[in-house]
Design a protein. Structure first.
Length: 319
């Protein structure tokens, strides 16, 4: 038996029907591997019987641990909580809906044994609609031109992280987290394993179109200030156009006289001042954007109950 421990981090939001299945699947795979392991569920404020199911199974399976949030803080907060509380020398992050095949646990761990700090499971788009696949591929092409890190379509949270990679992620303390970008930002040695997309067995997806859209916007904004800089460029462009328009109109007035009294003065003032204002807003936005990222110091989540060591129910975790 290898003395190293593998931690499984599994965020769960209203996944009551899938909890027993994912535990059984992990146990089945880990019986064949010579590693100690723990399964850490992060109940993200579920409104069904998710936490009760986890608590019942924790009595039967000593490897099962859990953290239960006071409300729904989102998957990013759940992932962070798992990383902060996982004890293993390597961490495997999985979804609770069994769309991340437990059969890949062995290849992920073998990648870790080979010395990789990140072993990434990359899915294809089999089973997705053409529209969703097109939107996804278009988004990744756009985001890779806009942000300072490289993102790959099909790569998500399903991956193994070494303790070194976990510690690197935990040094990043920003409040608005976008894990896909953070995984890429920390770098380290990576290996990719491809697999076919798997349909959800029970329940409904928690990712509506609006949530996916907001998540996509977070990805663009979290790793660059180009949207703010775009305001600066747009303001400068409009200012130059307004100056050109003023020059042409003034030249026509000198040649032909004034057709409508007051029109030139009014439109010139509006265009010129509008351009100046947009430039100023862009500059101010640059500074506000930088301040915005640094000033929020709220905890990422609040813990209501847990069976982790040295943790009390109703604890507030300052992250």
């Amino acid at each position: 038996m290898n003395h190293l421990t593998i931690s499984f981090i599994i965020p769960a939001f209203n996944e009551e029907a899938n909890i027993a299945g994912v535990i059984d699947a992990i146990y089945t795979e880990m019986k064949l591997l010579a590693y100690h392991f723990e399964i850490l569920f992060i109940d993200d404020g579920s409104t069904d019987g998710t936490i009760e199911t986890i608590q019942q199974l924790a009595f039967d399976f000593p490897e099962v641990k859990y953290l239960s949030f006071t409300r729904n803080f989102g998957k990013e907060a759940a992932v962070l909580a798992g990383l902060q509380h996982a004890k293993g020398e390597a961490v495997i992050m999985m979804d609770a809906d069994l769309q991340h095949p437990p059969s890949l646990i062995d290849p992920l761990i073998r990648g870790f044994e080979e010395g990789y700090d990140q072993v990434i499971a990359k899915r294809n788009r089999k089973g997705d609609s053409r529209i969703r696949s097109l939107l996804s591929s278009s988004y990744y092409r756009l985001v890779n031109k806009a942000v300072d890190v490289r993102l790959s379509d099909g790569e998500g949270d399903f991956r193994l992280l070494s303790r070194r990679a976990v510690q690197a992620l935990l040094t990043l303390s920003e409040g608005n987290r976008f894990s896909k970008g953070l995984y890429s930002w920390i770098g380290l040695e990576q290996k990719t394993i491809c697999y076919e997309n798997v349909a959800r067995e029970h329940g409904e997806t928690k990712w509506s179109f609006s949530k996916l859209l907001n998540y996509g916007i977070d990805g663009i904004i979290s790793f660059n200030n180009k949207p703010l800089r775009l305001c600066f460029y747009m303001g400068t462009f409009i200012l130059l156009l307004s100056l050109l328009y003023i020059g042409i109109t003034f030249f026509q007035i000198l040649q032909n006289g004034i057709a409508v009294p007051g029109y030139f003065t009014t439109i010139s003032a509006v265009l010129f001042l509008g351009g100046i204002q947009l430039v100023c807003m862009g500059i101010i936005g640059e500074y506000i954007g930088r301040i915005y990222y640094e000033t929020k110091k709220r905890p990422h989540y609040l813990i209501k109950q847990t069976n982790m060591d040295k943790r009390e129910n109703n604890a507030i975790h300052q992250s």
